[in-house]
Design a protein around this ligand. Structure first.
Ligand SMILES: [Zn+2]
Ligand SMILES: [Zn+2]
Length: 365
């Protein structure tokens, strides 16, 4: 089969024709466009959370791509679009906003350095300077769930083995300072040894700041961006933030994880050019491997933690959002019915009429 497709591509390229692999279309399946070309791939019959259809290469229908306007000074890079369940093609939740060639990170999921490296290798010089490690100085954490923070030890400690002179400022909800303190304590044996071997701890340093305020407001400002934090609802977490970035040419909002409808998420998202957000399928919720046994149990549990497509569409419509970029998706389509754009279609069916994309690691918007 592979030989057949390779020959087809060869014939087309000799004829000066190329296949448009830029979009995965839900009604179309073109194996030659798959990111990993499905080889080697053995579809598992025994289902576990390690082998959900979202992880099957046969279901990855396009290559990562740059959808940002050519003249824009502000670009979203979806570094890690995955969920907590491991997916070899999606790192844990992590994004970057690149403004005038300077990067701001949002969340630090599993595999953060690898996802940054992957984005650079996919996009070449569009990102290689912006993601120069010494420029990766600022991180905003939306909330302290482990899937959004488990990359923190790696972000802070990994560079000490291959680059010195890196300064990092980490902003997050109350508890972020403690998290960094305990990370440093947990790896004390390593850093003590490094100091004995000549490492100067003053040379590379991470500093954490707890965002502790009653009202929403500005948490960071420099010559390129104004960043406002809005307290939102996400299950039982008391402190969880959406971050609204205002730059010279765009408004970009990162909601972090969702939950029940709330006014603040609408205020945070007001007139956003891009809303980077998440949602969980309602149509296929019965296949979710968590949240209870019955469909009703799953709905009442899962939608305390995440947006339904209907609530997301309502928020985006009320806030007059232009473009939604879906990441951290929980698309529980199954087997032969798998639809990579299932959640895009659910949000559209719920009445959102703007642009909406299902992101993959290494995309630019
Ligand atoms: Zn969460
Ligand atoms: Zn999450």
């Amino acid at each position: 089969m592979k030989i057949l497709f390779t020959s087809l591509l060869l014939v087309l390229s000799q004829l000066g024709m190329s296949i448009d692999c830029s979009f995965g279309k839900s009604d179309e399946f073109d194996q030659s466009c798959s990111y990993y070309n499905n080889d080697p791939f053995k579809k598992p019959q025994y289902k576990t959370p390690l082998a959900l259809p979202d992880s099957w290469p046969i279901n990855i229908l396009r290559n990562p791509m740059d959808r940002s306007p050519e003249t824009s000074k502000t670009r979203v890079v979806t570094l890690g679009t995955g969920m907590p369940s491991p997916n070899p093609y999606r790192s844990g939740p992590s994004h970057a906003l690149v403004v005038d060639g300077f990067p701001y990170l949002i969340d630090a999921g599993e595999g953060i350095w690898r996802s940054i490296s992957k984005a650079v290798l996919i996009n070449g010089d569009k990102l290689s300077q912006a993601f120069s490690p010494r420029k990766l100085n600022v991180l905003f954490v939306t909330h302290l769930h482990q899937d959004h923070t488990i990359g923190l030890p790696s972000l802070v400690l990994n560079p000490l083995n291959w680059i010195y002179g890196i300064r990092q400022d980490i902003f997050g909800p109350v508890g972020t300072k403690d998290m960094l303190k305990y990370i440093n304590l947990a790896w004390l044996v390593d850093t003590d040894a490094a100091i004995s071997d000549g490492f100067d701890p003053e040379d590379s340093r991470a500093t954490a700041y707890d965002i502790d305020f009653e009202k929403d407001g500005i948490v960071y400002e420099d010559e390129r961006v104004k960043v406002e934090a809005f307290r939102t609802r996400h299950a039982s977490l008391e402190n969880t933030f959406a971050y609204r970035f205002t730059t010279s040419d765009r408004i970009v909002v990162f909601t972090g994880d969702g939950g029940p409808y709330n006014d603040n998420i609408v205020r945070a998202s007001r007139n956003a050019d891009i809303l980077v957000t998440e949602t969980v399928t309602e149509d296929n919720i019965k296949h979710a491997p968590w949240g209870g046994e019955s469909i009703e149990d799953k709905k009442s549990t899962i939608f305390q933690f995440h947006f339904t497509p209907k609530i997301l569409a309502r928020i985006a419509k009320e806030a007059k959002v232009k473009t939604i970029v879906l990441s951290h998706e929980q698309n529980y389509n199954q087997d032969q019915d798998y639809d990579a754009l299932g959640l895009v279609n659910e949000v559209k069916s719920a009445g959102f009429e703007g642009e909406i994309f299902s992101a993959m690691d290494g995309d630019i918007y």
